[in-house]
Design a protein around this ligand. Structure first.
Ligand SMILES: C[S@@+](CC[C@H](N)C(=O)[O-])C[C@H]1O[C@@H](n2cnc3c(N)ncnc32)[C@H](O)[C@@H]1O
Length: 261
């Protein structure tokens, strides 16, 4: 699916062209615009993802400085968050984490907020562009910019299971932990799924190759791999974890290679 990056604000024309080039996207919609089910639009508020056939859904804006994500970091982001506990953050110890299915970056930012150095890896062009721009903006923010700059790196678009990229780009990272949260095809009834997640699901699909991520992650992580799954989902790759942390809706399957100490 081709995703264009456009703007209809004259002052932003040059900026949109620069971003489209940087992310390898066309800078205009095709004549038959419905061919592009989704497109990115640069507005005065930043980059937005628009879903053509669902005008009932607000365009998806990704921000770590305003809205629900900023709220989540203010309220939580501490050691009580299940994702933070699953990654094994302990007093005085913060693993370096490769978030290899970074998506909208919510979990990754939570881990960074809790003190981990986090590398965000995402393969979908539009999701990668939204995430990259949201992190760029967060790095410039007065309140959170300092820790985001120090701890959060968005990697070039790619995937852990793209073996050509793997050897070149990731071997040097040597992450202590790898975090995986691939799409699960049946995340629940559409109405029960948050609107931004509905949009992400329609855009990205079901990540049907997700089982391949676990062996790749176990080969690369030095200490542990954590997989987020819906509560009733089977284990990724059919592989039993060393331990689990459960919340109402989710399960964090923890695969320990070596203890951190
Ligand atoms: C459920 S979302 C992740 C949500 C994320 N944890 C968050 O907090 O926003 C899954 C994301 O992983 C990405 N993804 C799935 N498989 C991938 C792979 N092999 N390499 C890179 N990204 C992948 C998808 O494109 C999608 O954006």
């Amino acid at each position: 699916m081709t995703i264009a990056l456009v703007t209809d604000i004259p002052e932003l024309t040059a900026a949109a062209a620069t971003l489209a080039q940087a992310y390898g996207m066309p800078n205009e919609l095709p004549e038959n615009a419905t061919e592009h089910e989704f497109y990115l639009e640069l507005t005065l508020d930043g980059l937005e993802l628009v879903w053509h056939s669902r005008p009932d859904l607000q365009p998806l804006q990704l921000s770590f400085t305003h809205g629900p994500q900023a709220w989540r970091q203010q309220q939580g982001g501490g050691r009580q968050e299940a994702v933070v506990r699953a990654l094994g953050i302990a007093k005085g110890f913060r693993p370096t984490v490769l978030d290899a299915t970074a998506g909208l970056g919510r979990d990754g930012m939570m881990l960074a907020h809790a003190g981990c150095k986090v590398y965000l890896l995402e393969r979908h062009p539009a999701v990668h562009a939204l995430l990259d721009q949201a992190v760029v903006h967060a790095q410039q923010d007065e309140r959170i910019g300092a820790w985001v700059k120090e701890r959060v790196t968005v990697l070039p678009r790619g995937s852990l299971i793209d073996t050509e990229v793997l050897s070149a780009a990731f071997q040097d990272l040597k992450p202590a932990a790898i975090y995986l949260d691939p799409m699960f095809p049946e995340r629940g009834k559409a109405a029960a799924v948050k609107k931004d997640m509905q949009m992400l699901q329609a855009l990205v699909g079901g990540d049907s190759d997700a089982d391949r991520l676990l062996p790749a992650a176990l080969a690369l992580a030095t200490h542990r791999v954590v997989v987020k799954r819906p509560a009733a989902a089977p284990f990724l790759s059919g592989q039993k974890p060393s331990s689990q942390i459960t919340t109402k809706k989710h399960r964090f399957d923890v695969y320990v290679k070596h203890a951190y100490s």
